[in-house]
Design a protein around this ligand. Structure first.
Ligand code: AP5
Length: 217
């Protein structure tokens, strides 16, 4: 059983690492960003509400994402733990998560902070491409697909996320500094924070993460 939160700026590699860890350790990867993008794709009411916030690089209102997480954590597959990627992103979200877990008689094991500099982040986000169909993450230079523009896994079209355009990247970094970075201290005060360098090769970060996860497997 391991309940993990991934913290870190946009583009630090949270999604990239969480997908592989989820496969290796058999626990679900729960990304609020992925859930919201799915809702946009499906054209649901949630998707329509979230779209303009996301495309402009702003946060979706706290209560909306907390409700998503409340429902998602009730799924059978989350009983043995989970990796929360992109949630919480504000102190009120972290407080609501703490309350939610307390009510269900569980708690977080670790908040893992993937540390990366702004220079690296901008370069990663500008070159990121994701599969329109399955969401697999690529990078035009660092992790290119085998066939240009097509997903290695399902053959779907690779797209440039609207919030990976320069203006939205700038806004996301500002929002991160103003609203999310405070969570580092918040989790440190609760003795849950682990810092993992993410400026380095993907494999190096992965080995550090495996080490942490093995302590809970
Ligand atoms: P979300 O999808 O969560 O975006 P994010 O947190 O900004 O994170 P990213 O997906 O941009 O980056 P990542 O750290 O996962 O990096 P990745 O692995 O892709 O959220 C999107 C939006 O949804 C938000 O802006 C907000 O509007 C809304 N939202 C979501 N959650 C919310 C919440 N809780 N509250 C309110 N609103 C919410 O890697 C990036 C690139 O780098 C890739 O191309 C990858 O191939 C490459 N890469 C990764 N690692 C390495 C490495 N070690 N070396 C070289 N390249 C690498």
């Amino acid at each position: 059983m391991m309940n993990i939160v991934f913290l870190g700026p946009p583009g630090a590699g949270k999604g990239t690492q969480a997908v592989d860890l989820s496969l290796e350790f058999g626990i679900p990867h729960i990304s609020t960003g992925d859930i919201l993008r799915e809702a946009i794709k499906a054209g649901t009411e949630l998707g329509r509400l979230a779209q303009s916030y996301i495309n402009d690089g702003n946060l979706v209102p706290d209560q909306v994402v907390v409700d998503i997480i409340r429902v998602r954590l009730q799924n059978e597959d989350a009983r043995e733990g989970y990796i929360l990627d992109g949630f919480p992103r504000t102190i009120p979200q972290a407080e609501m998560l703490e309350k939610l877990l307390r009510e269900s008689g569980t708690a977080l094991d670790r908040a893992i902070y993937l540390e990366a500099s702004e220079k690296v982040i901008i370069e990663r986000l500008s070159g990121r491409r994701i599969c329109r169909e399955c969401g697999k993450i690529f990078h035009v230079v660092n992790m290119p697909p085998k066939v240009d523009g097509l997903c290695d896994i399902c053959g779907g079209e690779l797209i440039h996320r609207p919030d990976d355009q320069p203006e939205a990247i700038g806004r996301r970094l500002q929002v991160y500094r103003e609203k999310t970075a405070a969570l580092i201290q918040w989790y440190a005060e609760r003795n849950l924070l682990v810092r993992v360098p993410a400026d380095v090769a993907r494999e190096e970060t992965y080995e550090n993460l495996q080490e942490i996860f093995r302590n809970y497997a």
